[in-house]
Design a binder for this molecule. Structure first.
Ligand code: AMP
Ligand code: MG
Length: 487
């Protein structure tokens, strides 16, 4: 590995400059023996970063935050949050740092952020570290989400640090370099609102408008328009999760972004069998964040966001509440419209079919899938064959053959388009058993299974010979799946 001089890299510090009350200048911990595990070359190039340079020791210095260009101001960001419904006034980056902002080749401002970069003043009892397995998990799943066209933070790289991390066992440590359109969360607004400093809140809202919802700046009431934009972006996002069978697992308000990107892949998972009650996280004992509850939970989180904005919406508190409630009431119709639009594509139905026909047909089908524990991803993909005249691949997954036949007759009468279905229903999602297998191997030093899994899930709609195992549900021997948070 050769060391090259740092290229003309400019790391802006707009967040730190505009919102110093929310930004604690801090340094990443030294990585004793940094070793690159994965790098998204294409994303690096989009950001104006040379992948070959990122592989040098100076490049690894950037990816671990230990060698930054002059003028960079890495910060730990402050935020609060409702965790499982309980209020935590001071969360913040306990093991993360915002290195600064970059402008990508499309002219968009992007955060460059690290996870696992050592203790900060927000660490509380935590060690500030992350293990190789969970950081690679975020890499694989965020890569898959992006390839599925679902808004998400991106994983640029995972670097093994050479440190050890103490969990139930001793594990190799890692730092994830993450790219996002920002790391503003509902919890960021909750923190600003809780200070009682309305000027800070206004600067934060203006910062969010400029970065994410610039059209709102031209609205009569920009901060009300910000609320409307965030509700719309998040309604669309959670509809995408529901359509693909993604369970976030820890939808605390600090894990709900202002940008509308999926963030913080902790105990997340894709459902195999379709089941609204699916809940994988070991700490979510009551199923608060179960698959089918995600839209309702999001609505609750958005109500918490709306509350933070009240001082900016109107001088009179009742008037402000009325404005916020009117916006929140749009969440359900927006969500339903996004979900129905997605289901129309999944079922290949033409625009001439009315929305209520699409949603009734979709709900009837989902009822059948839930009742018979049908594999969600396989079923929708195979349904494309049924649109082409061969119902057997999908039909054979459903125990209730008469039920399937009756449903399929109604659906086929509407002339579904198989090509649209193939572009909408993935063949490959990061199935839980494959993710675990790949992470176990990677923790033991073998990155090949992870590489193959990333290859499969980053071209999720292209069925390829040799990848059959990636399209299969977990074997029965895999058992019930459990995921772990804060790892
Ligand atoms: P998360 O579950 O990743 O959304 O994190 C929730 C909160 O816990 C955030 O404030 C994190 O910074 C903090 N946190 C999680 N793991 C650690 C750790 N190992 N050390 C310090 N803080 C942590
Ligand atoms: Mg989080």
């Amino acid at each position: 590995m050769t060391s090259a001089p740092a290229p003309a890299l400019v790391l802006d510090h707009r967040f730190a400059h505009e919102l110093p009350e929310l930004a604690l200048p801090w340094q990443a911990r030294e990585a004793p023996d940094p070793r690159l595990l994965v790098l998204d070359d294409r994303l690096a190039t989009d950001l104006g970063l040379d992948p070959a340079w990122l592989r040098t020791s100076d490049g690894l210095g950037l990816l671990t935050g230990t060698r930054l260009p002059d003028g960079a101001t890495p910060v730990a960001q402050a935020y609060s949050g409702h965790q499982f419904g309980g209020w935590s006034p001071r969360l913040g980056d306990g093991r993360a740092l915002l290195l600064g902002e970059l402008v990508d080749d499309a002219g968009r401002v992007r955060d460059l952020h690290l996870k696992g970069s050592g203790r900060t003043p927000f660490s509380r009892g935590g060690d500030g570290l992350a293990a190789v397995g969970p950081m690679l998990r975020e890499h694989v799943i965020s890569q898959a989400m992006h390839a599925l066209g679902i808004p998400t933070t991106r994983s640029l790289a995972v670097v093994a640090t050479g440190d050890v991390v103490h969990r139930e066992t001793v594990l190799p440590g890692a730092v994830l370099a993450r790219v996002a359109s920002s790391h503003l969360r509902v919890g960021t607004f909750q923190y600003a609102a809780a200070t009682g400093d309305v000027d800070l809140l206004r600067r934060l809202a203006d910062h969010a408008v400029a970065r994410h919802h610039p059209d709102a700046a031209r609205a009569e009431q920009p901060h009300l328009a910000l609320l409307a934009s965030v509700i719309a972006a998040q309604a669309s996002l959670v509809a995408r999760w529901m359509l693909v069978g993604f369970v976030h697992g820890v939808m605390n308000t600090d894990n709900t972004t202002i940008s509308g990107e999926t963030i913080d892949y902790g105990p997340c998972a894709f459902v195999d069998a379709f089941d609204p009650a699916a809940s994988f996280s070991s700490i979510d004992t009551e199923g608060r964040y179960a698959f089918g509850r995600q839209p309702v939970v999001l609505e609750w989180n958005l109500a918490r966001f709306a509350e933070t904005l009240l001082p900016l919406l109107a001088d009179d508190q009742d008037a402000a509440v009325a404005l916020a409630v009117a916006e929140l009431e749009r969440f359900r119709p927006l969500y339903s419209a996004a979900w129905t639009r997605g289901m129309r594509s999944k079922l290949g139905l033409p625009d001439t079919v009315a929305d209520d026909v699409v949603s009734t047909l979709a709900n009837d089908l989902l009822g059948l899938l839930a009742e018979h524990h049908v594999d969600h991803t396989s079923f929708f993909r195979r349904l494309g064959s049924a649109a082409r005249g061969d119902a057997e691949p999908a039909r054979s997954l459903v125990l209730d053959l008469a039920g399937f036949d009756a449903w399929a007759a109604r659906w086929l009468a509407l002339s579904p388009d198989a090509a649209v279905m193939d572009r909408t229903n993935p063949v490959y999602v990061p199935r839980n058993h494959l993710v675990e297998e790949a992470l176990d191997a990677a923790t033991d030093g073998d990155l090949n299974p992870l590489g193959r899994l990333v290859d499969a899930v980053t071209a999720p709609f292209d069925e390829r010979p040799g990848l059959e195992a990636y399209a299969e549900p977990a074997p029965a021997s895999f058992g019930a799946y459990r995921t772990f948070c804060g790892t």
